[in-house]
Structure formats: structure tokens, C-alpha cells
Design a protein around this ligand. Sequence first.
Ligand code: FUB
Length: 487
Amino acid sequence: MKILKIILIGLFFQTLIIAQKPNKNVKPYPYGNPVITHMYTADASPRVLPDGRMWMVTSVDSDEGGGYPTMHKYHTFSTADMKTWVDHGPIFNIDDIMPSTVQKQDWALWAPDMIYRDGKYYLYYPVWIHHTDSVRTNGAPGRVVTSFIGVAVSDAPDKHFKVLNPKIEGTSGIDPAVFEDNDGTFYLLWGHEKIAKLKDNMMELETKAKELDLGTDRFMEAIWLHKKNDKYYISYHTKYGNKIDKDNPDDPNRDKSEIAYSYADNILGPYTYGGVVNYELGVNVNNGPALPGKSYVPWRLTQSNHVGIAEYHGQDYLFYHTSALSSWRQDEFKNMGTWTQRSVCIDKLDYTKDGSIIPVNQTLEGVPSVKINQPYAVSLKKESPLNIEAGKPLVFKNINLGTGYYFLEFNISNINGVGDLEFRLNSPTGKLIGTYKNVKKGHFIQAIRGANGLNDIYVMLKNNNSNAFATFNQLDLIAGAPKGKSN
Ligand code: FUB
């Protein structure tokens, strides 16, 4: 009950209409963080896609003011070097989901996530409905808030997404995060520590939502799941309470607005509390411009924080957001900026030897440019056609996976029986890097994880019937270096 109350208080503050100053400073933003400086972006969800680029889908904060109720669209952005981002424009907006009978200011699109599966891109979005006092639900007076998760689909991450399921039954709350495990199972996480398996159609839950045990009561929102060396990490924005003294932001008695994490060996937990991933926004920024009369940067924020974590060629990155750009565009860092005019920042995320996350160093300059010196694709198929039989692995020796490949692309021209294709490193029981479930005839692209360095690749058809077989016409590792443009 106490947790629910704190969450509701947090959400209440977030929905306040925000007064803000005009963005009148047109001088170019001088630093590398935030990474997008021509508009306000928040809630980044990063993922490498089959073109080998790092993509992110973001919420969009309003230029004109209005705060969280005016968040009405998503953009996608991509990069080939982690430094230079291309804006692919709006891919979804509130008119795609809102009935014409309701008022626009009552509906908002908050933190989304996006994933690739079988030639399609799935966008999971939280619909936040904030009925103003003029609107009555079932005749009941007062303000009513509700939120749930919908899913939309597209053929490309930079094309318009169409609604697939406007409300996924069994969800309520915000901040969906989607995750594919190495065994080919897709999970949806959202709201208040909830997780469920997704059906193959990606638009319904296969299992009932389970409430995760994160080993702490610090969780507030913005759940994110990533996996590293077979360990599951769940990161989240912590409850920050309402005792915020702007003149004493480091007050030791105040619950801090941090990104914390919990870890587990099993995706469903129980998880153990691990500590801080990202301190409050603007804490310990070296050589940052100080707010006049203060010792901290003008985007020192004691509320709002968000997390997305993704690996790109051997380095993990934390995606978060700050109001540095707002403070710059309003009056060149003389004031705090508006905290609901947020902008996505990226910094490196590292681990200790035992797998603990080292709190991220928030930087002004952002991350260095990444150069990838390996081809986009490595072909594994040596003969044509190539048969794989159940129980008899195909082995490809000494494959140089360099700093990483992110997908396997294959074409199956013939099949007898149905089974799963497993991809492992170095032995039939070695590290599982990806699984394609219930393989059929056709062309497929399957995500893989942890495929780097020099390895033997084992491909196995899992079927109890020893007569089962499949015929590959193509079997390539792809997304080693980005396709096409170099930035
Ligand atoms: O951006 C709107 C909301 O603020 C998100 O859904 C939360 O995670 C917080 O970032």
C-alpha cells in the first residue's frame, strides 16, 4: 500500500502542467551529451537491429511546454558509430490510437520499447490517460488516471507503425520493456515490476503477469532488462519521495532519484539488489558549467531518470536523459531548464570482475566514436544445399566474430519434422547464443547474443525424431559492421 502511494505521488508530480521559459538561445549546443540537440527526446530504448546500426526509439518532450500530458509521439534514431545520430522522424503518434471523442490533452504516449522479430518491428507503448476534472468516468467526480500497454508493428524501424493490439490484456501501468532470451522466448515487462511471456504473435501475453521480487523496495518505474554473461540485470528508476530541497540536493535523508539494479540467474527471479547504475542527474559531472552561485551543473535534477542499456561491439552503454539542452536553449545555463524538456544522453557502462555494475560516470563530452573493422556479413554455409539432421550438429570451425555479430540470417528450403534451431559456441553444450523456435521453410533473421572473438559455431536441430532434417540454402552471421552509411 505504501509503495502504491509513493508511485501515485510520483506520477502525480509528473503529470503537472509545467510552466517554462521560451527556448530562445539558438547557439549550437557545445557538448556531446545530450546526443540529440534539434528537439527534446526522452525515455530512450536502445537496440542493435539487423542493419548493424544501434537504434533507439524515444518519447518526445514538447518544445512549447505543457509537460508530460503533451507527450504525443515517438521518433526513431540510429547510429553506426555511437556518436553521430540520424533522426528518422516520427514513427507513431497519439492520433494513431486516440478515439476522436476524447480530448487530446487527456491522452499521452510515454516511454516505449521496440524489438525485431521475423521481418517485423514491434513497438510497445504505454498509453497514459489523464482525465481532467471536466471529464467524468461513469459519473464519478474527480480526476481519474489509467494506463496500459499497446503494441504496433512496422516493416521497418523508420516507417510508420500501425496498431496491432491497442491494449494488451493483462497489462496496466507504464514503461513497457521487451526482451528476447537466448532460448528464443520473448518477454514483456512493464509498470510495477511485472513480467510475462509473449505469445508468438507478439501482441498477447502467453502467461499471467508475475510480480518480480527485486530484493528491494526502491523500485518506482522505467523497468529495463538486459543480460550479460548469463546473468539477468533489471534496472529501474527509484522512488525519490517528495522531500526535495533544491538548495541541498544531496541531503542524506532524502530518497534519491537514481537508476538502481537487481540481478538474478533466473529471468523470473528472485533478484538480489545490486546497487546504483546511475546517480541522480547531474551528479559528479566533471568540469561541467556550474549554475550561477551553485556548485553543480544546471541540469542537477532530483527527479526523473530513465534507463536503457545496450551493448555495441564489446561495450555496454547507458542511455538516460537530462535537462541540459533545455537549460542551454532557455538561457545558456543560467537556470535549471525545464525538467520535462529532457534529452537523451549516453555514457559507458562497465562492470567489476564479479559482474557488479559500476555506477556510470555522467559526462559532458559523451562517448567516443566507435570504428568497426569487420565485414557486415560472414557466410557460414560452405556448400549448397547444406543438410542438418536432428542430433548431428553442423560445426563451423575457427570463425572470427571480431567485436560481435548480432544476427544469424538463414534460408531453409526443405524440412522434415518441426524443431528448434540452436546456435552455440565451441561445443554442442557450449554457450547458447540464440534459438530459432519451430523452424519452418523460409527466410529468417534470428538475434544472437555474446557472439564475438574466435569461435567454433555449432548449429543444432532439436527434434526427438532422428529422421528430422532441414536444408539450409543460406546461413550467414550478419550485422557485424553497419550496412550502408558510415554514420
Ligand atoms: O516520460 C514519461 C515518463 O516519465 C516515463 O514513462 C517514465 O519512465 C518517466 O521517464
